[in-house]
Ligand binder design. Structure first.
Ligand SMILES: *Cc1c(COP(=O)(O)O)cnc(C)c1O
Length: 445
């Protein structure tokens, strides 16, 4: 790796010579030079920053530039980078060995913590990624119901599971076409995509095919098209319609779980809707690969070795990852959630004021302390609404913020994330950068 030289003068904003050099080398050995596509900056252009280190709310790139981090690893770093308690737990666990391929105590402790926090979860199985969690939950729902169709909502992301990597045409419910090459049409045809927040469309799909539907999977509050919470009554409608037809309700809380509150969107929105299965990831791994799916005891009982639905993982419940996750969740108390809310509110209010002053149409939406700024006016309820925004204006805004030392998600379709480590200095850096970035957003229109 090219070592950062903080004394080397950076000639102009936007320059990132060490990142550019690493990207070139990376491209020679890795497709696109990145290990997850959104890191490549394709939506905003420019050179993706290779980060060298992180501490609290700050990231330092290989050119020695510092940024306030509003991505937080896409959610997991809820305590900030290299949090002392998590670091100590990781060091301690790693000192005892990295992986045993046997059961170990931390797995029990983490599972107990999840079951304790999330009412509808009686039993939980640990896996290594959110993708694995949703894939396994769907297999389990199919095994339990003996049905094969899955209903998902347009604009919801559940990881890169073949049958879930589909988006909808607009308007009425449609059978999905694959969103990615390499997904067989037969597999995509097992998925029905319905517009989000549209109860009549959901009811119509169930009226036509209800007896064949294994489950509805939903982002508890959508965060992967920007933040679009369920409309009042929508989650209740999901519960009612699935129950009427003997289908399971799978609530994907990989992003919202342990971030929008002690449990997640469940418990934040209200505790009257209990999904049959839930999925978790991101925060519960504390920055390490740990994720989970869980739910009703009678459904989870079908999993191997007790039941016929197979699911496994060499590194599942890894002792270092579970130590990080446990230390993270133990630090996620009411004070932490209150702090996240304050920081998010301060940043969102300042962003909104700056964009208003610059005359940039925008809309801020919330799910707990998760928020995103849509570059359009009016409420965003569906994927079509989310897509109708000025992505070019966001691109100009993004780069102005980056040049001023603020690392935003490099896409207009993402939540902004804060951490408990975002102190006044970090918030001030963001607030100071906003007016010029808002003017840059306005400048191209
Ligand atoms: C991030 C995410 C996933 C996928 O998790 P990975 O760990 O990236 O596989 C699934 N569902 C939701 C809602 C997510 O936000």
């Amino acid at each position: 790796m090219t070592p950062a030289d903080p004394t080397s003068p950076l000639s102009q904003p936007g320059d990132a010579p060490a990142s550019a050099a690493l990207l070139e080398r990376a491209r020679a050995v890795t497709p696109g030079g990145v290990n997850s596509p959104v890191r490549a900056f394709r939506a905003v252009g420019g050179t993706p920053r290779f980060m060298a280190s992180g501490r609290g709310p700050w990231l330092t790139d290989v050119d020695g530039r510092e940024y306030v981090d509003l991505v937080c690893s896409w959610g997991p770093m809820i305590l900030g980078h290299a949090h002392p308690a998590v670091l100590e737990a990781v060091r301690d666990a790693a000192g005892r060995g990295f992986s045993f391929g046997t059961p170990s105590e931390n797995e029990v402790l983490l599972a107990e913590e999840i079951v304790d926090r999330v009412g509808p979860v009686d039993r939980v199985r640990l896996v290594s990624s959110g993708t694995e969690a949703t894939m396994s939950a769907i297999r389990l729902a199919r095994g339990f119901t003996g049905r094969s169709l899955v209903v998902k909502f347009a604009g919801h992301y559940h990881g890169h599971v073949d049958s879930l990597l589909v988006s909808a045409g607009s308007g009425l419910a449609t059978f999905a076409l694959p969103d990615s090459a390499g997904v067989p049409a037969e597999m995509a045809a097992e998925t029905i995509v319905v517009p989000y927040n549209d109860v009549p469309a959901l009811e119509a799909v169930f009226a036509a095919r209800g007896g064949e539907i294994a489950c509805v999977i939903t982002e508890a509050a959508a965060g992967n098209m920007g933040v679009v919470p369920p409309q009042p009554g929508f989650t209740q409608a999901l519960r009612r319609v699935t129950a009427e037809h003997g289908a399971l309700l799978v609530s994907d809380e990989v992003m919202t779980g342990f971030r929008v509150g002690r449990a997640g969107w469940w418990g934040h929105e209200g505790v009257d809707v209990a999904p049959d299965l839930m999925t978790f990831g991101k925060v519960m791994g504390g920055g390490f690969p740990a994720a989970a799916f869980g739910g009703r005891a009678d459904v989870m009982a079908l999993l191997a070795p007790d039941g016929p639905v197979y699911q496994a993982g060499t590194l599942s419940g890894n002792p270092v990852a579970t130590a990080a996750g446990l230390a993270t969740l133990r630090a996620c108390d009411d004070a932490l959630y209150a702090r996240l809310g304050e920081v998010a509110r301060a940043i969102a209010d300042a962003a909104s004021a700056a964009l208003s002053d610059a005359g940039v149409p925008h809309r801020v939406q919330w799910a707990g302390s998760m928020f995103s700024v849509f570059f359009r006016e009016g409420e965003v309820r569906t994927y079509d609404d989310a897509r109708a925004q000025d992505a070019a204006a966001f691109g100009r805004f993004f780069h102005a913020m980056l040049d001023a030392g603020v690392y935003l998600p490099p896409s207009a379709f993402e939540s902004w994330f804060v951490s408990g480590a975002h102190d006044d200095a970090a918030v001030e850096r963001v607030v100071a950068a906003l007016p010029a970035a808002a003017r840059a957003a306005a400048s191209g229109s």
